[in-house]
Design a protein around this ligand. Structure first.
Ligand SMILES: [Zn+2]
Length: 336
């Protein structure tokens, strides 16, 4: 067994749609606890479920932390009114349809109402006493894969104007910097509010290669986090997966070479080493351990190779749903 600190994610459901059965979740958790020296479990984000109290009792009796997995700039519009990201054509950005429990609709990161949503939802639908922390997800702009790369509502345009941005096609770096500044400004009070509640804050971010393209300056974000989870999903064909997102960038801008060349575990590990050098908090790369045919065709060999590649990290997050992790993949973790 390697010395990497282990975190596992469990999807209890979306803000709408049928939640996972609490008994099934607890059974899977018990099995994982017996098999792996887990340090932390991240569960979310079905609202108003008894599963969190039951999981907290189980986990805390074994000295394992429980974090709530909570989306911030997407999904929250399912529970309260939020204003969407507006594309450069003046229309709301198109959303990616994964399934009926996740809307992948992104909300404008400069609208104060949107920035209150995650916190409001936390206070209304979750019992803070169950949790040791929160893992904030979807803290970004929609990615190139969605065909939109920023918000062009009047308020956001004013931010671009104030920064002196001109959209003449030669300004990607400054545009990226301004957008990263907007995401940082959006996140700072949210992280502070959770810290004030005595909760730790983990941040779910894109792989460093792609993070700037969605407005994430990970080094700057690390100053407001207790750990960072870069999603190093090297074989996932859905949002945040490297092959999926690189294809999206390739379509919009054209990549030099084959998108798959950017997905090697060696290159992923280099990005983690770089992050550790520039960040102020521990780095726990997220690796796909669940198996979803056609989306994440994971094998025990792939899982073992990931753990080997990230030996120098502070830990790994077994992503993104324990309920879909085949026993042989969990065994690969136990034997690595
Ligand atoms: Zn906007």
């Amino acid at each position: 067994m390697s010395n990497l600190e282990l975190t596992v994610q469990v999807r209890t459901g979306g803000f709408v749609g049928p939640p996972a059965d609490p008994a099934t979740v607890l059974r899977a958790l018990t099995h994982a606890l017996d098999m792996l020296p887990l340090r932390r479990v991240v569960m979310g984000w079905a609202p108003d479920s008894p599963v969190y109290r039951q999981a907290a009792d189980l986990l805390h009796s074994r000295d394992v932390q429980l974090f709530l997995w909570l989306p911030v700039l997407s999904e929250v519009g399912l529970l309260q009114p939020c204003s969407p990201v507006i594309g450069s054509d003046g229309h709301p950005a198109a959303a990616y349809h994964l399934d009926d429990t996740e809307n992948f609709e992104f909300y404008c990161p400069t609208d104060p109402a949107n920035l209150r949503a995650a916190l409001d939802i936390f206070e209304q639908h979750f019992d803070a006493t169950c949790f040791d922390g929160v893992l904030l997800d979807k803290i970004r702009y929609p990615s190139f894969a969605s065909g939109t790369f920023g918000c062009f509502c009047p308020r956001c345009r004013a931010r671009y104007d104030a920064a002196g941005l001109q959209f003449d096609g030669h300004n990607w770096r400054s545009f990226y910097d301004v957008r990263s500044g907007i995401i940082l400004d959006a996140l700072a009070p949210i992280c502070a509010a959770f810290h004030q509640k005595g909760l730790r804050v983990g941040l779910d971010v894109f792989a460093p290669l792609l993070s700037k393209s969605v407005g994430q300056d990970i080094a700057a974000l690390s100053k407001m986090a207790d750990f960072i989870k870069p999603m190093m999903y090297a074989i996932t064909n859905s949002p945040a997966g490297l092959p999926f997102e690189l294809n999206g960038i390739d379509k919009v801008m054209g990549l030099k070479g084959d998108p798959r060349e950017y997905c090697s575990l060696g290159f992923c590990a280099e990005q983690i080493t770089w992050l550790q050098a520039v960040c102020d908090c521990p780095i726990h790369p997220g690796i796909e351990v669940n198996r979803l045919p056609g989306i994440a065709d994971t094998t025990p060999e792939y899982v073992a190779a990931c753990l080997q590649a990230y030996q120098g990290a502070d830990g790994v997050v077994l992503s993104w749903n324990l309920l879909d992790m085949p026993p042989e993949n969990l065994q690969a973790v136990a034997y690595s």
